[in-house]
Design a protein around this ligand. Sequence first.
Ligand code: ADP
Ligand code: MG
Length: 249
Amino acid sequence: MSELQFDDVTVRYGVGRAAMTAVDRVSLVVPDGEIVGVVGESGSGKSTLARAAVGLVPLHAGRILLDGAPIPRRGPRQLQMVFQDPYSSLDPRMTIGSSISEVMPSGMTRRARAAETARLLELVHLDPDKADAYPARFSGGQRQRVAIARALAGRPRVLIADEITSALDVLIQGTILNLIRELQAELGLSMLFISHNLAVVRYVASRVAVMHDGRIVEEGTTADVLGDPQDEYTRELLSAIPRPIQYTP
Ligand code: ADP
Ligand code: MG
């Protein structure tokens, strides 16, 4: 995939006196083929960072680069996002197959789209014969698998995942996290993986950035940041999680 770079990015909401800075001079690199976790409590600016990356909110300052170049806003989407709520992220009136093939590059034949849809459903461990079923037939965890297949269908250079397991039961969370690890190893995903839950981030990310009040207070390899946290806020987050955490598929 590709390298995603936030270079001194600031995002503000509102104007004048009512303006607030949600992301404050953030610099962060998601190296090619790595999962970088962003962790922090609610309101720390994680989703705003994600929205900035996919162009849903404008930058007040700074740049966001893909492989060192500005992200083209026209043509195929370079970044695909998976959201928290699997119940609102899929159109209930579309079969999951249509939802997935909708995102594929234009110019593919019907047959090629069907084959690609089947391949993607298998990749996320769903039955390819279910392509004609509607989302209502699927559980939350299965819908999140569909959402991941859909994001991959767009052949993104980087994936952004914003709290993708937060709405799921703990056991289902574990299966989705295992899928993410598997896809990372298989496809070499570059991914910005956002969660308020440090245990979840620790499980999938090779690097971690800790966000607090719109700023990154600490960043490094997961082993370094969580094994020997330098920032007081990181230590607080760490002490709040039970350990050891084990997920079983
Ligand atoms: P997180 O995802 O870490 O919970 P967000 O990026 O959603 O944090 O929010 C960061 C800050 O920006 C919060 O103070 C939040 O209230 C504020 N915020 C988020 N979205 C908007 C918006 N559309 N308009 C105004 N303020 C917003
Ligand atoms: Mg959020």
